[in-house]
Ligand binder design. Structure first.
Ligand code: BGC
Length: 742
């Protein structure tokens, strides 16, 4: 029985073809693959003991083999691709004689990137920023579980999604892969996402650690930020997410942080991540973000990806020379192997089968329906099927499809060649707004389509209809930032022309993050759908016609214009940019370092900056409308400020979900002159009924980071709590005196 089980581990764990199963069998012929002789195969032992037992048996070469990737593989033409390589972004060959499977790493920020060998389809989920707009930890968990399930079905055993960077820079090209400008919302939502991945016996990951908050010059920029601010903002989100998910991997980022490259920063890796937070998994470099052998290994980097520049023969030599102690190499390997045991990729290896596209699509639609944010509704929504006789649908691909984000988060569209989505080109997914709007409007209503490429033509179409719905898009991608907050391709002019022609204009946004809307005063309805995923068109139509009552709330501030931002221009993005990218060499590098001064805003990221500067944004953090209304009352905060409770009443005539938000302002001595999110609850409230809501408050969220003691502390003093449905609409207030520091 035990022998059979171990053969299965060797074979399927590698997710290999018959030929390589046979060769794996041949390699392990001299070993006896059973828990009788391979004690680490005993499932009753804990992951650390199992890893120790296995690592003890490894040769120096086998250890070195595990701490780096196998090359660029399928990512670059002409590279060799190992037999066990599944077609993902990274591959680490296993050690068959010990029953250790290969590690197949897959980009999977918003769904599995590039279909694996012999597979054809992966679900495109809504953007992460969209998922975070649901403020629903269960939706985040479901999101991760779709990724984990489909990676498993495709034979991968590690996800390298889990984008956790704070949305400090609203023009960052990767904001659609990240959750929020608030560290608590980001930490919880992405932590749940990574847990959902790992629930499927797939190793999860959280990235890009840390302060990779813009793409412009990402390989050479030096993010400057004082320690306290860093701890209370960008690092806090990682701390929360890592504690929640216990991910197998943390990916260190390309950029420097206060002088050191993130992948060789003693402070970030050894001191904070491993020592203070007790992270037990392994640190994997972003692709070619390793810059040294001894410095990186000693600072805490455990695995170089995708190749072998520093952690191959140079690392072996450094170990032989004693520059990297043998114990450090053993620890690197231990972290990798214990994570494989802990996630279950050795005991429960992935079993290849065809992905279920219908299940994935339903999950994607469900998440999107919770993520759509109704930003404006001047008595026009929901549209009433019986009353609307003609609709002009206008704008980018709204007849056939929805937009997706680019870069390594790109999922292949159905029908295309697996791995065939070109880098740098927008990819649309077949989910037709026209089809579903027509379906809701009914056969008696005329729904026309105009691509929106000529504003005058579009205005004509709009003038001929009772209602105009304009779809506007902003394509964003890894490797480049948006130069401004404006919608690209003159779409502001398109909306203005349509709104002038038809007073009943509704705008649906498909954007990677916040954009400015100079036309917001002249349209009647605005819906933010982010990149809505493969179920996007149904979800959008369901919200437009009220089958779904919108409930999402903004996880980021929408500034009215760039001048309101801490950095009116993206640092380093200069005029001689190509495609918003610095004129760098092919790999997007800049020849010299340049600083990005995050001390300008320090702790005041996003809505905190707007409060302190007394700036009124276009739409505030935490804001989103519903087709019903909610009334808040009866705030109570317990003595220790560990829990707040209040009542929420649905005063309208429709059932609806509300996201009730709790903010706190710390005692004056904290030096933090702003309210910050301390908790929230997403609740369903039936029309006319009322609910008592209790929100537990984690003392961490009431604490400050004390750099003298290098520790979090809760100060004694008066805490001011505010509760409501948006950071800018908080009807309930209470002060609580907390005595004694915790
Ligand atoms: C990205 C990572 C990604 C890796 C592998 C890098 O360029 O920054 O997020 O996981 O490539 O594709």
């Amino acid at each position: 029985m035990k022998i059979l089980r171990c053969i299965r581990i060797v074979g399927l764990g590698m997710a290999v073809t018959l030929v390589s199963i046979l060769s794996a069998g041949a390699q392990s012929a001299d070993a006896k693959p059973s828990a009788d002789t391979q004690a680490w195969m005993d499932k009753a032992l804990d992951p650390d003991t199992r890893a120790d037992l296995m690592v003890h048996e490894m040769t120096l070469d086998e250890k070195i083999q595990l701490v780096h990737g196998d090359g660029w593989g399928v990512l670059r033409a002409g590279e060799t691709v190992a037999p066990g390589h599944n077609g993902g972004a990274g591959f680490v060959p296993g050690i068959p004689r010990l029953g250790l499977p290969d590690i197949n790493l897959a980009d999977s920020a918003v769904g599995a990137r590039m279909a694996a060998r012999d597979s054809r389809y992966a679900t495109l989920l809504p953007s992460v920023i969209g998922m975070a707009s649901s403020w629903d930890p269960e939706a985040a968990r479901l999101y991760g579980s779709v990724i984990g399930r489909e990676l498993r079905d495709q034979g991968y055993n590690m996800s390298i999604g889990g984008g956790m960077d704070l949305i400090r820079e609203p023009r960052n090209g990767r904001n659609f892969e990240y959750a929020s400008e608030d560290p608590i919302l980001s930490g919880i939502m992405v932590g749940e996402l990574a847990s959902g991945v790992q629930d499927n016996h797939i190793m999860g990951d959280i990235k890009h650690y840390a302060l990779n908050d813009q793409e412009t010059g990402r390989n050479s920029l030096n993010a400057e930020l004082d320690k306290r601010s860093m701890q209370e903002t960008d690092l806090l989100s990682f701390k929360i997410g890592i504690a929640l998910a216990k991910p197998a991997g943390v990916m260190c980022s390309y950029n420097r942080v206060n002088g050191d490259f993130a992948c060789e920063s003693q402070y970030l890796l050894n001191d904070v991540l491993k020592h203070n937070w007790g992270f037990k998994g392994f640190v994997v470099s972003d692709w070619e973000a390793t810059h040294s052998t001894v410095k990186a290994a000693m600072a805490g980097l455990d695995m170089e990806q995708p190749g072998i520049q520093y952690f191959g023969k140079d690392l072996k030599q450094a170990v032989l020379d004693g520059k990297v102690p043998q114990a450090r190499l053993d620890n690197m390997v231990h972290r990798i192997v214990r994570s494989m045991f802990a996630a279950g990729v050795i005991d429960e290896p992935p079993m290849r089968r065809v992905v279920d596209p219908f299940r994935g699509r339903d999950d994607a639609q469900h998440i999107e329906e919770e993520s759509l944010v109704l930003l404006k509704n001047d008595h026009i929504l929901p549209l009433s099927a019986g009353e609307v006789k003609s609709i002009a649908l206008i704008g980018d691909h709204a007849d056939s499809s929805v937009l997706s984000g680019g870069g390594s988060a790109q999922v292949d569209a159905p029908g295309g060649r697996p791995g065939g989505s070109a880098w740098g080109t927008p990819v649309y997914f077949p989910s037709s707004p026209l089809k579903y709007v027509q379906e809701h409007a009914g056969a008696g209503a005329k729904v026309s389509f105009d691509p929106g490429s000529d504003p005058a033509q579009a205005a004509k179409a709009a003038a001929a209809a009772q209602v105009a719905i304009v779809f506007v898009t902003q394509w964003m991608s890894e490797g480049q930032d948006a130069a401004t907050l404006s919608l690209p391709h003159d779409q502001d002019a398109l909306v203005k022309a349509v709104a002038t022609a038809n007073p009943n204009t509704i705008v649906v946004l498909e954007t990677g993050g916040p954009v400015s809307m100079p036309w917001s005063g002249s349209v009647k309805g605005i819906v933010e759908s982010w990149y809505p995923g493969i179920g996007g068109a149904q979800a959008i139509a369901n919200v437009l016609f009220g089958t779904v009552n919108p409930s999402g709330k903004l996880p980021v501030t929408f500034a009215a214009n760039e001048e309101q931002l801490p950095h009116p221009h993206v640092t380093g993005l200069v005029e001689h940019t190509v495609n918003n990218r610095l004129k760098e060499d092919q790999r997007g590098r800049q020849p010299h370092d340049f600083p990005v001064d995050y001390n300008v805003e320090g702790m005041m990221v996003g809505y905190k900056w707007f409060q302190v500067k007394d700036e009124k944004p276009l739409f505030p953090f935490g804001y989103g409308l519903s087709y019903t209304a909610f009334r808040y009352s009866g705030l109570k905060v317990d003595h220790g400020a560990k829990e707040v409770s209040f009542a929420v009443q649905n005063t309208g005539s429709r059932d609806g979900d509300e996201i009730a938000e709790v903010y706190v302002t710390l005692p004056k001595a904290s030096g933090e002159p702003f309210r910050k999110l301390a908790g929230w609850k997403r609740i369903s409230v039936a029309a006319g009924s009322s609910q008592t809501v209790t929100v537990p408050i984690d003392p961490l969220y009431l604490s400050i980071f004390d750099t003298k003691d290098d520790a979090w502390k809760q100060l004694a003093g008066e805490y001011h709590f505010e509760v409501g449905g948006s950071s800018a609409d908080l009807p309930l207030h209470a002060n609580v005196e907390v005595s004694g520091a915790r």
